[in-house]
Write a protein that binds this ligand. Structure first.
Ligand SMILES: NC(=O)c1ccc[n+]([C@@H]2O[C@H](COP(=O)([O-])OP(=O)(O)OC[C@H]3O[C@@H](n4cnc5c(N)ncnc54)[C@H](O)[C@@H]3O)[C@@H](O)[C@H]2O)c1
Length: 318
């Protein structure tokens, strides 16, 4: 069978670059779009040498006539977003523009090209501060606490409406935090950066007792690949995560052990790291496990892999 042409937005980012590589390895032709706002050319250096990969450095928010870049593709993996949850309230327009409006632009570019299959990177943050754990896909979302989560929930709504209105076939993944090679934002990045500057001093947002689940990048990509051609319903929503959570303190202990450091730790206090930080994220993943997906790496293995990646890529912190 002739392999499909697919488009990956955010192809130079942490998740998008791994996804593009895997799709190429599976025989797909990949068009990648990225504005390099947080993405790195270094992450797609090898990909750019591959004849099956075509790269457009464009901004999905600003670019006029976006639809022409989508032409000829059959599936869109929409990974581009402002993934910086912590600083949402410093620039309240950013999440709405880069996540919600960009997603609408992507959907319109797809509609104009009659592309009906979308695979979307949503987040466990859309559950706000749930009371039931592990949290299932059909849990209600009474209150949104972050602009990131609310903008992503709005994206999910738009994708669902396009599925009903225009016959789109949509898969929405709600990820916990992802770790592994090319990790370039999040608490491990912040801690490592601080320790590079001063190995004896570590500031921690919150009280260190926040509980979070994490997933390895390879397990995340495998889930998206598994579902490419198998949507039973026009809209499928899957949580993605490991069947464990750890505290921020456990994460710090693991990092310090790997780095063989023992800094003095200063806690900012409070049970949240920042406004909009959910004190506990732990998702129920039975739905995707039923179709044959299972994470292979533990949280500790993923932390180790990430720290080793940092040790070999200090340019990221400059
Ligand atoms: N990494 C995680 O832990 C995590 C968890 C849950 C959900 N997600 C979601 O997964 C997706 C990928 O996240 P990531 O961790 O790879 O983040 P990332 O910042 O590494 O990747 C996002 C990519 O999108 C690009 N981009 C942003 N705005 C753009 C625009 N207007 N036009 C073109 N390109 C643009 C960036 O340059 C970057 O390469 C995001 O949608 C994010 O919200 C990530």
């Amino acid at each position: 069978m002739k392999k499909k042409k697919v488009l990956v937005t955010g192809c130079a980012g942490f998740i998008g670059s791994h996804l593009s590589e895997k799709l190429i390895a599976k025989g797909y032709f990949v068009t990648g779009i990225d504005n390099l706002s947080t993405g790195k050319l270094n992450f797609i250096k090898k990909l750019k040498l591959n004849k099956k990969f075509k790269f457009f450095k464009i901004d999905l928010f600003k670019q006029k006539n976006l639809y022409k870049y989508f032409k000829g593709n059959q599936i869109v993996f929409h990974m581009a977003a402002n993934a910086d949850v912590k600083n949402g309230f410093l620039n309240p327009k950013k999440d709405i523009e880069q996540n919600t409006i960009v997603t609408h632009k992507v959907l319109e570019a797809m509609r104009k090209n009659r592309i009906k299959r979308i695979i979307f990177a949503s987040t466990g943050s859309i559950y706000g501060e749930p009371k039931i754990f592990p949290t299932k896909e059909n849990y209600s979302f009474p209150i949104q606490t972050s602009l990131y989560g609310s903008s992503k929930l709005a994206c999910e709504g738009l994708i669902q409406a396009y599925s009903y209105g225009f016959g789109f076939d949509s898969t929405i993944f709600r990820f916990v935090s992802i770790m592994g090679k090319r990790y370039s934002h999040g608490h491990l990045f912040d801690f490592y950066k601080q320790l590079l500057i001063n190995k004896n001093h570590l500031n921690v947002l919150g009280n260190g007792l926040q509980k979070k689940s994490y997933l390895n990048i390879e397990d995340c990509i495998n889930a998206m690949i598994l579902t490419i051609n198998r949507n039973k319903n026009p809209i499928e929503i899957y949580n993605l995560g490991t069947d464990r959570f750890i505290t921020v303190n456990h994460s710090i202990k693991t990092i310090l052990k790997i780095l063989n450091l023992s800094p003095k730790i200063y806690y900012k206090g409070g049970d949240r790291g920042w406004i909009g930080d959910s004190p506990k994220i732990y998702l129920d993943t039975k739905k995707i496990r039923k179709i044959g997906w299972k994470p292979k790496k533990t949280i500790e293995e993923s932390i180790k892999e990430t720290i080793e990646f940092f040790n070999h890529n200090k340019w990221l912190f400059k």
